[in-house]
Design a protein around this ligand. Structure first.
Ligand SMILES: *Cc1c(COP(=O)(O)O)cnc(C)c1O
Length: 388
């Protein structure tokens, strides 16, 4: 039996004529320069790739605020960077404390169980971040090898405001730390070396405003030495840092790098360096503040208390009786704007990462949300839209 070709459609016949404005929790819109770079295929070895790789590492050192030379790109989602981190430090007989704040923090627990490590999870009070005192108590009770924590939990819009104290505390107990900065890197202050973090992971399609599929990981020199010297086999071939080191530090073949994605990441990082971290963080803070206060002026309430509210992803309490799925579909169909629902919580989520923090985009998403809720019968005051 032969299988005949299916009926085909051009991509342009599937996509909307006007691109949908992506104001959800990722992926986010990308700058022109990144889009152009993403269309360029070059050889994965030799010049100019060697220079591009070297520059990505230098720019990565600035973003992570580290002097470590062990910064690798990974062909894969942010979760694959998380997986490289977990498999580097954990194997049967080792124990991890997972600070579980929601969906993405929880992924560290799943990944750790997958490699046969002992997993202990800590949960905070509802709608709260982790307190260093709670973590201290957990570290007193048992001996851990590793602690995992997210800087910001995208699924609920909460930031771990005591991240610095928590990772420093772990260090005093000789517990290695893995920090997820997927939705936060470049959007808020982060200091890998100063805070003494062992491994940091981030992705392309969120804070960095690059494309999905090429992620970044930074090992402290000491963390890398641990991996280099460990005798237990690494479970993955693609995600083995010692093999990644061949390409990223020695310019030798590991696997064929996602060359166009690497080019895109290069441009995304270059734009961040040109903007500077200080100005970029200020832009994120101001844009998110405007979004948050405007939503509150309309009469909506936000899920995370102000003191631990993440700038980069804002979770809005969904008023009683509104079906979030219908609301989100209506917003997409009517305004050509995409926002996110949530996993479990009754909230909708709006992203404020990279290109999402532009005045025209904030204005459009506010108008879409305000008008959509009014359409579904929620009583809101939309005066604030006139002031934007
Ligand atoms: C999105 C996200 C991830 C997972 O990213 P993928 O690219 O989908 O694998 C992990 N952590 C955080 C904090 C995220 O926001």
């Amino acid at each position: 039996m032969k299988i005949s070709p299916p009926v085909t459609k051009k991509l342009s016949d599937i996509l909307p004529i006007e691109p949908t404005l992506l104001m959800g929790a990722g992926p986010v819109p990308i700058p022109e320069e990144v889009a152009r770079a993403n269309s360029i295929v070059i050889s994965h070895l030799g010049e100019p790739m060697n220079t591009i790789v070297k520059k990505i590492q230098e720019m990565g050192q600035y973003l992570f605020q580290t002097k470590s030379s062990k910064i690798f790109g990974i062909s894969g989602p942010s979760s694959s960077a998380m997986e490289m981190a977990v498999t580097s430090f954990l194997y049967p007989g080792r124990k991890v404390l997972v600070l579980n704040l929601g969906t993405f923090s929880n992924r560290f627990a799943e990944l750790s169980r997958g490699v046969g490590a002992d997993v202990v999870e800590l949960f905070p009070a509802p709608a709260s971040p982790f307190r260093a005192s709670d973590v201290a108590a957990a570290l007193e009770k048992e001996r851990f090898d590793v602690l995992t924590i997210v800087q910001g939990e995208t699924s609920c819009g909460i930031k771990n405001i005591e991240l610095e104290q928590i990772v420093k505390l772990a260090k005093t107990k000789n517990v290695r730390t893995i920090v997820d900065t997927v939705c936060t890197l470049s959007t808020m202050p982060f200091f890998m070396d100063e805070w003494g973090i062992d491994i940091v992971v981030t992705g392309g399609q969120k804070g960095l405003s690059s494309v999905a599929g090429v992620s970044l990981i930074a090992f402290s020199e000491e963390a890398y030495a641990f991996v280099q010297n460990r005798e237990t086999l690494m479970p993955h071939w693609c995600l083995d840092p010692r093999r990644a080191n061949k390409f990223w530090c020695n310019h030798e073949y590991h696997y064929t790098a996602p060359v166009n994605g690497v080019n895109a990441l290069y441009e995304a990082l270059r734009l961040i360096c040109e903007e500077t971290l200080e100005k970029r963080q200020e832009r994120h803070a101001n844009s998110s503040k405007l979004l948050q206060t405007s939503l509150e002026k309309m009469g909506l309430t936000l899920y995370a208390p102000a003191e631990c509210r993440l700038n980069s992803v804002v979770a809005i309490n969904n008023p009683e009786g509104i079906n979030t799925k219908e609301l989100i579909t209506y917003i997409k169909d009517t305004f050509n704007v995409e926002i996110s629902g949530a996993f479990g919580l009754n909230v909708i989520r709006v992203g404020q990462m990279g290109e999402q923090c532009r005045p025209q985009n904030v204005k459009r998403v506010l108008e879409a949300i305000g008008k959509a809720y009014v359409h579904f019968g929620v009583k809101l005051d939309l005066q604030v839209l006139k002031t934007l």
